[in-house]
Design a protein around this ligand. Structure first.
Ligand code: AMP
Length: 469
C-alpha cells in the first residue's frame, strides 16, 4: 500500500508537528522504507544521494529513539554521532536536526575543521545528545580527550563514498572502532566502491538495504527539447503547447513561488484547469492541489522545485520548465517526474536570453545537447553567440541537433574541455582535505556528490535519477 502521509510511520507527536511546520506533505520513498525499520533499531545500508530526503530518513528516527529513551546526555559523551564529509553537509544536517527536533529537548552540536575549536570544546563539555561532525576535527578532539564515543548508541556515516574520496576513511575507521559495540549503525552512500562495500560489511550488523536509485528512471529515456523564446513570449508559447490534447498531465516548473502563482493565474484566465503548489500555500491548499492533479481534475500543476520534492504522481505526460533552474541538478530532478516506472516521458524547456548559461550548465551536466524546437515565437531571440536565430516556423522537433546547437551556442565548458583533450570523466577538482586547498586529480567521477549519477557517467550511459520522489 502506498504511504502518503507521515502519520503511519510511528513517529512521536512532536516530530509529526515539526513535519507539518516544515510543510512536508508526504514521506519520500526512502523515508517510507527506512523510518519504521530504524525506529525498530535495525542497521541500514542506504544507497541514496542528496535530494532523496535521506537526511530526514535518518534524523527523524534518531530523534524519535533518543526522545523515548529519556536518558540524559553526559558531558563529552554524545549518544548519537553523524559523520559527514564536509562542513557544509555537517551544517545542513545540524540545521535539519534542529528543525525536526524543535519540539524535543535534545541537544545537538556540529563540529568541523577550519575554525577555532574553543566553542566546539565548550559545547561538548556541556553535553550533547546528537553530534554531527567531519572526521578530521572530530578525531583531533578525540585525541585531546574532549570527547568520548563510548555512549554512542546510534552511528551514521553519511556520504561514505565521498568520505573515502576525500581520504577520510582511516579516520572514520578509528572513530567507529572507538564507538560502543552495542549500537545501531547506518551507512549512506551514493555509490558502492569496493572499499565502502567492505567497510559496510564490517560495521553493519544484519542491515536492511534500501536502494533508491531506480534503474528504470533515466534521463535518456526522456525526450528533451528546448524552445528558445523571449521571456515575454513564454506565456503565448505555453498556451499554444497546452492546446495539444496529448498533454494530459502536465507539470510546469518555475523558479519562484511568485512565478508559479503568475503562471497559474494566466493559465486559469486562459480557461485551463490548473493549480499551483508551493511553499506559501497553506498545508490543506497544497494537499488539495496535489489531489486535484493526481485525480486528473486539474490537468496542469505549476510548482516550484522545493514544493515538488514530495510529489509522486504517476503518468505525468509532460514536464515543462517555464523557467530553467539555477541548479542544473534540479533540471534532472524536474524532468524525472515524467517517464516514471519505465514509461517514456517528454520534457520541454523554455530558454530566454538570460537563461543561456543555465542551459549550458544543464547540458554540461547531462552531457547531451537538448533538441532545439523551431517555433514561431523564437524569431526575436538572439542566440548566445550574438547572431539572430532563424528557425523556420513550426517544424518537427529535432533530436540530437548537435550541429544546429553548436551553430547557435558558445561551446559548453564540457565541450571546450573535451576539444582541448581533457576528459571530464577522469578529472575533477576535489578538496585536499588536510591542506584545505583545491586541486585537480584524476579519479572515478561516479562518486561525485550532488547529481552524481548525472555527472558521473560517460555520455552513452544512462543517468539515474536516484531516489526521485
Ligand atoms: P536531503 O536528500 O536529505 O538532502 O533532502 C533534500 C531536501 O528535501 C531538503 O531540503 C529537505 O528539507 C527536503 N525534504 C526532505 N523530505 C521531504 C519531504 N518528505 N517532503 C518535502 N521535502 C522534503
Amino acid at each position: 500500500m502506498k504511504v502518503t502521509s507521515f502519520d503511519g510511520l510511528g513517529l512521536a507527536e512532536p516530530l509529526q508537528l515539526a513535519l507539518k511546520k516544515e510543510d512536508y506533505l508526504e514521506p519520500t520513498p526512502i523515508q517510507v522504507q527506512a523510518i519504521p525499520l530504524l525506529i525498530e533499531g535495525r542497521d541500514l545500508l542506504g544507497i541514496a544521494q542528496t535530494g532523496t530526503g535521506k537526511t530526514a530518513a535518518f534524523a527523524l528516527p534518531i530523534l524519535h529513539r533518543l526522545s523515548v529513551q529519556r536518558s540524559r546526555c553526559l558531558p563529552r559523551r554524545p549518544r548519537a554521532l553523524i559523520l559527514a564529509p564536509t562542513r557544509e553537509l555537517a551544517g545542513q544536517i545540524d540545521e535539519r536536526f534542529r528543525a525536526y527536533g524543535r519540539g524535543l529537548s535534545l541537544r545537538t552540536a556540529v563540529i568541523f575543521g577550519g575554525v577555532g575549536q574553543g566553542q566546539q570544546v565548550k559545547a561538548l563539555a556541556r553535553g550533547v545528545d546528537i553530534l554531527i561532525a567531519t572526521p578530521g576535527r572530530l578525531l583531533d578532539l578525540f585525541s585531546q580527550r574532549h570527547v568520548s564515543f563510548e555512549d554512542v548508541s546510534i552511528l551514521v556515516l553519511d556520504e561514505a563514498d565521498r568520505m573515502l574520496d576525500m581520504g577520510f576513511i582511516r579516520d572514520v575507521r578509528k572513530i567507529v572502532a572507538a564507538c560502543g559495540k552495542e549500537r545501531q549503525t547506518l551507512l549512506f552512500s551514493a555509490t558502492m566502491p569496493p572499499d565502502i562495500a567492505k567497510l559496510s560489511a564490517e560495521i553493519l550488523h544484519n542491515p536492511v538495504r534500501i536502494d533508491v536509485s531506480p534503474a528504470t528512471v533515466t534521463v535518456d529515456r526522456i525526450d528533451q527539447r528546448v524552445y528558445f523564446v523571449p521571456a515575454q513570449a513564454k506565456r503565448a508559447l505555453l498556451v499554444e503547447l497546452l492546446e495539444d490534447p496529448a498533454m494530459d498531465r502536465v507539470l510546469i516548473f518555475t523558479r519562484t513561488k511568485h512565478g508559479a502563482d503568475k503562471v497559474c493565474k494566466f493559465l486559469g484566465q486562459a480557461g485551463l484547469a490548473v493549480d499551483a503548489l508551493h511553499g506559501n500555500k497553506a498545508q490543506n491548499a497544497r494537499v488539495r492541489a496535489l489531489e486535484a492533479f493526481r485525480s486528473g481534475k486539474a490537468r496542469i500543476l505549476v510548482a516550484t522545485d522545493i514544493a515538488a520534492r514530495g510529489i509522486d504522481v504517476p503518468a505525468i505526460s509532460h514536464v515543462i520548465n517555464f523557467e530553467l533552474p539555477h541548479e542544473p541538478e534540479s533540471y534532472v530532478h524536474r524532468i524525472g517526474r515524467t517517464a516514471r516506472a519505465g514509461a517514456e516521458g517528454i520534457a520541454f524547456s523554455f530558454c530566454d536570453s538570460s537563461e543561456r548559461s543555465l542551459l549550458r550548465s544543464i547540458e554540461g551536466l547531462t552531457k547531451s545537447p537538448l533538441a532545439i524546437v523551431a517555433h514561431r515565437h523564437s524569431h526575436a531571440e538572439p542566440a548566445s553567440n550574438g547572431h539572430r536565430q532563424d528557425f523556420s516556423p513550426a517544424s518537427k522537433p529535432r533530436r540530437n541537433g548537435r550541429r544546429q546547437y553548436e551553430r547557435n551556442h558558445e561551446p559548453s565548458p564540457v565541450a571546450k574541455q573535451r576539444r582541448e583533450g581533457w576528459r571530464p570523466e577522469t578529472a575533477v577538482a576535489t578538496p585536499a582535505p588536510k591542506q584545505g586547498q583545491w586541486r585537480a586529480r584524476g579519479r572515478r567521477t561516479d562518486s561525485l556528490s550532488g547529481a552524481r549519477g548525472a555527472l558521473a557517467r560517460p555520455r552513452s550511459t544512462r543517468v539515474s535519477l536516484t531516489g526521485e520522489h
